[in-house]
Design a protein around this ligand. Structure first.
Ligand SMILES: Nc1ncnc2c1ncn2[C@@H]1O[C@H](COP(=O)(O)OP(=O)(O)OP(=O)(O)O)[C@@H](O)[C@H]1O
Length: 273
């Protein structure tokens, strides 16, 4: 797909812009003064310890949570795909995998007619095959493993051709091969269609090659920049207000907190004094 900037020579407008954004629950400000523009096709990783407000940020972009300060700008009619944080589905749910994916296509479309139904079937089949879910797509979702359910959620988010994809720890419970497959799929989507990606994660290494910028939230403070700018001992020490060492080993980022090493494949739940 040609992007607007390639056609006109002028920069494409950002997909989403938060300006001076603040979110508080009661007296507690999760974050404030947040300025970020999500560009077309950009991949932004959102990192931070438990409770720092990563999911809440996605909820704001989904329109489920109102900002308590600042503004959010988003063009009308923009399609948003959402991969929610994984929760195991009730084993008694009889909905089939492919029905779950279809829900992502149907959205608010009703009465789509025969042609629409054919188109929907084709798109649902494509999305199912893209996440390698053909073998279990006809089984009830409640009986599928966590990783299988997760792959169907990814298909559900992508089947509507979103302009922006919001991902809340989408790689959780996936084995390494499927982590890579899902990451590649999301990356392909943003390269082919210019979909912008906001990707909440505790572990940056599996997606490091894809990340354009990092938004790192800690205790009401934040830092935005390229991984080289944000994932440094200096930047994280300032952000956590405690000594943090960041080392790179064979292309992996290892974050060492004040109370000991954080393994590269462990969440960034830093134990700091
Ligand atoms: N509707 C709400 N009312 C009051 N407090 C809330 C509400 N929603 C979330 N919180 C609190 O806001 C904080 C941030 O929650 P959020 O889920 O955004 O964090 P997170 O960074 O995604 O955490 P995790 O890494 O654990 O998923 C938490 O302390 C949570 O309890």
């Amino acid at each position: 797909m040609q992007r607007a900037d390639e056609v006109t020579g002028t920069p494409a407008p950002p997909r989403v812009a938060l300006r001076g954004a603040q979110l508080s629950y009661g007296k507690r400000a999760l974050w404030s003064g947040l300025d970020i523009e999500l560009e077309q096709g950009e991949f932004v990783a959102v990192l931070g310890p438990n409770g720092s407000g990563k999911t809440s940020l996605l909820r704001v972009l989904l329109g489920l949570q109102k900002l308590t300060g600042g503004t959010i700008e988003m063009p009308d009619g923009m399609g948003i795909g959402y991969i929610p944080q994984q929760r195991a589905l009730d084993p008694t749910i009889t909905l089939r995998g492919r029905d779950l994916v279809s829900l992502g296509y149907d959205g608010h479309r009703w009465g789509i007619g025969l042609k629409g139904r054919r188109d929907r079937k084709r798109r649902v089949d494509e999305a199912i095959s893209a996440v390698g879910a053909e073998k279990f797509a006809n089984r009830p979702v409640g009986l599928l493993s966590g990783g299988e359910q997760q792959r169907l959620r990814v298909a559900q988010a992508l089947v509507c051709d979103p302009d922006v994809l919001l991902c809340d720890e989408p790689l959780l419970s996936l084995d390494l091969a499927h982590q890579q497959a899902v990451s590649r799929l999301i990356d392909k989507r943003r390269r082919d269609a210019g979909t912008s990606v906001l990707f909440v994660t505790h572990e940056i290494n599996p997606i490091l090659p894809l990340v354009d910028r990092v938004l790192y939230l800690v205790d009401g403070r934040f830092r935005i920049g390229t991984p080289d700018e944000v994932m440094t001992s200096e930047a994280l020490t300032e952000l956590y207000r405690a000594r943090i060492d960041v080392v790179r080993v064979r292309g992996q980022i290892i974050v060492v907190g004040a109370q000991g090493a954080i393994e590269s494949d462990q969440p960034h739940h830093l134990q700091v004094d």
